[in-house]
Design a protein around this ligand. Sequence first.
Ligand SMILES: [Zn+2]
Length: 431
Amino acid sequence: MKKLIRNIRYFSPETGKPQIGNMLLSEGTIEGFTKETHLEDTQAIEGKQQWLLPGFIDMHVHFREPGGEEKETLETGSRAALAGGFTTVVCMPNTQPVPDHAEAVEDLLKKTQNLPCQVLLMGSISKGLAGVEKSNFELYRHPRFVGVTDDGRPVSSARVLMEAMDKAKKENLIVGLHCEDESLMFDRSINQGKISRKLNLQGVPVMAEALMIHRDLYLAEKLNSPLHIQHVSTAESVRLIGEAKAKGVPVTCEAAPHHFSLTEETILTRGSMAKMSPPLRTEMDVKSVRQGLKDGTIDVIATDHAPHLESDKTEDLVQSANGIVGLETAFAVGVTYLMDYKILNLQELVERMSTRPAQLLGLNTKGTLKPGMDADLVLVDLDRRWTVDREAFFSKGRNTPYHAMGLRGKVTTTIVGGEIRYNGEEGLFLL
Ligand SMILES: [Zn+2]
């Protein structure tokens, strides 16, 4: 049966202008917009004058399955995604086992074929993420594999990376890079600066990220092979990538919500809940990341959703696990820290969270509201203010620095392939 989402606000896919109207869905795709509010033989979905946007697409999540199911499973991660308005996510390969051999790849493809949101995958650049020997990329000849990465670790060997870039280009895979010089990552706990000195920690210098980005931009340019730089955290990185893009180097990059909303000082009040890799930086870095999102130097927002057990997030910053969950707060953090700070408007935020990620991932039927596109949609109440309650997360992870913080913008309904998968009013999943 066709569906009619009534009484919605949306940006016209033709003119970009805000409109009020109704959207007709048919067979899991967008049929188009209509002035009619009642149509025969259609199921009505009330939009309540909320904004209807293309479903969000997250290029960077860690769902921990296989091997870390106590932290998150593909199912719980998918629910967290839906609750955050994400209809497509890309899982990183730092699981146990790493999907670097046929059996593990087959198992992962089986596990991801029937989830409530679309779960795409990245394979590993190197076997076991050890950085010594390139993985066999022919394993990733499946439409759900969109790229390769050793995320969590840099690819220290230039030789391995060059081989990977060459092969990835032939196999049409994105090369995602966690850019930090391993020899300068030290205790991985915090930005090296005034707060690390206060806490008597060594921390991670800006230089760790910059050095690796220098090398990787050089390789992208010399080999004319595209690279995607993950979780850009510093002003220096934004500057380097901006200069490379201006020269025509084939590079794209992403930033995580925490890197445009929080500074290194957060660690003083939130402790290890504000520990991730790369770390939170200074006010100046946060401003540069925002500016990079504004001018397009930074292509996409990606959460780096990284659930951990309570027991892994120790009081000892050095011992604590790296990473925070992000799917259920990303949109509201975007509204609160980018829209309310007059950095991006709603349309630009959607560009960074849906349209541009769809382009980078080659998802030609996603990321816009044009007729014929997949009906992967999200309804948001832009004006709703709410307080983050980590106990209410659908993710198994409770590790967030945003707990008890007030944010604006709430996802109310998430639709995948024309089916309502999440109803935020009732906190219900319809799977
Ligand atoms: Zn990473």
